[in-house]
Design a protein around this ligand. Structure first.
Ligand SMILES: [Zn+2]
Length: 139
């Protein structure tokens, strides 16, 4: 067992190994296989298996690749996209929670959007831009 480990270590010298992209792909493969258990039907199941297989092969090919700079670049691109996606989700979630806490009204004078906390009944709103006062229900 120790010998096998040593062999593996020397085999991995100069090879790329695991990174975030590889980990995410491994998770995706696992998810596909889980989905495959739940899905009935020959064709969708076959497609899922094919995707999982291709994914797994790619994970291993990247791990054992000796073109380290290329694999590193791939991972950087992946990290950049992942950053965009998580930032987008954060923004959407923020908007959703804000939407629950506040109501947005348009000032009848200048169309400026004014944010008012919910739950105060009828309130007089003072537009910060043009100074118009108007009454709305804050819900
Ligand atoms: Zn106004």
């Amino acid at each position: 067992m120790k010998q096998l480990r040593e062999k593996f270590r020397s085999f991995m010298i100069g090879r790329y190994g695991m990174d975030q992209l590889g980990q995410s792909m491994a998770w995706a493969v696992l998810l596909l296989l889980l989905l495959n258990v739940m899905i009935r039907g020959r064709l969708p199941s076959l497609l899922l298996e094919a995707f999982a297989f291709i994914g797994l092969i790619t994970v291993y090919l990247r791990m054992f690749s000796k073109n380290i700079s290329r694999r590193y670049q791939e991972n950087q691109i992946f990290l950049r996209y992942r950053f965009y996606v998580t930032e987008y989700w954060k923004k959407m979630r923020f908007r959703l929670t804000e939407g629950r806490k506040y109501r947005i009204f348009k000032c009848p004078g200048c169309k400026q959007r004014v944010r008012i906390p919910r739950g105060h009944g009828r309130v007089s709103i003072h537009c910060p831009k043009c100074g118009t006062d108007f009454i709305r229900k804050s819900g």
